[in-house]
Design a binder for this molecule. Structure first.
Ligand SMILES: [Zn+2]
Length: 312
């Protein structure tokens, strides 16, 4: 189950990462209790109406918000909890009669890279997701970093500009997510009064159009794009100095645009990046199923852990 806040994809995947069947469900809940109800209904619908091609070994849920993988609890959908943690792994496990692993969407994608993707060739890599927001997963010596409060990887709230006084929702000022992400490019477009970049719904900047306009020579769009690229390169180099990875794997729509990717790469200092011997590599997953593969990887880890426990 890949639950991204606005969409839920449930699917069955084999151990090589091949998607056997799947079904997309519409969601759009901002409250955790509503989301849990919708998720459990969808699980029952999938089991009863789509069914399984094979005999499933495990289930997994990759989900937005704060998730405690070890306890199998979904702590909150947004920054602040609405109530006690939801024992989502146990709920899904009981419904399907399968072991179930859960984690947040970025660590779930990081697990997929480690088991099925570009991370198979590395023990020390960073998975960087630049999409609506900006976040990262860290693998150090083959282990995924989660942290004392399962909050590791919130790199969007690293400050890259001490002179920027504009406050962020996290309580600091100058956070990088506010300049380079779907949210960030939207804020920058609004600050510069570029209403023509807003999508029909009017709530998000069309990042592709921003890059098009920059390419066509629009000075303001060019400045927003270049500043975003330099800020992201700064974060990447700070992270490289922190965990010493040999690979940076990237996903999410924004670095998928080659014009922006090349701008970021040009801003990386060779001296800092020389240990990143495999360089910046794109996730090899089909973006449509990347989240689903993340969820599946969580199930695979859970099943392996249980097998190890059984033979120990
Ligand atoms: Zn922040």
């Amino acid at each position: 189950m890949d639950f991204g806040g606005t969409k839920l994809l449930i699917g069955e995947v084999d151990e090589d990462g091949t998607v056997l069947r799947s079904k997309r469900y519409a969601t759009g809940f901002m409250r955790q209790a509503d989301a849990v109800r919708a998720l459990m209904e969808a699980v029952r619908d999938y089991r009863d109406n789509i069914g399984f091609a094979g005999k499933p070994a495990a289930a997994g849920v990759g989900i937005v918000g704060i998730v405690d993988n070890a306890r199998g609890e979904w702590i909150s959908i947004a920054h602040d909890p609405e109530g006690p943690p939801v024992p989502l792994a146990r709920m899904v496990s009981q419904e399907l009669g399968l072991p179930c692993g859960i984690d947040n969407d970025v660590r779930s994608s990081t697990t997929a890279e480690l088991l099925l993707g570009q991370g198979r060739y590395s023990k020390n890599f960073i998975y960087l997701n630049v999409g609506t927001g900006l976040a990262a997963g860290f693998v150090v010596e083959g282990q995924i970093l989660r942290g004392a409060n399962v909050n590791a990887g919130e790199i969007g709230h690293m400050v890259v500009d001490l002179s920027d006084g504009s406050p962020c929702a996290c309580g600091r000022a100058g956070c990088v997510e506010n300049v380079v992400s779907g949210i960030g490019f939207t804020q920058q477009a609004q600050l510069h009064g570029m209403d023509e970049l807003m999508t029909q719904a009017g709530r998000r900047a069309d990042v592709c159009r921003l890059f098009d306009r920059a390419e066509e020579g629009d000075a303001v769009c060019r400045e927003i794009m270049e500043y975003g690229a330099r800020a992201l390169a700064c974060v990447i180099m700070n992270l490289v100095r922190t965990t010493d990875p040999d690979t940076i794997i990237y996903g999410g729509g924004i670095l998928g645009d080659e014009r922006f990717l090349h701008m970021v790469e040009r801003a990386l200092e060779p001296e800092t990046m020389r240990g990143v011997t495999r360089g910046m590599v794109a996730s090899s997953f089909n973006p449509q199923y990347a989240g689903l593969l993340g969820a599946v990887s969580l199930g695979m880890v859970k099943a392996r852990t249980l097998r190890k426990g059984a033979t120990a």
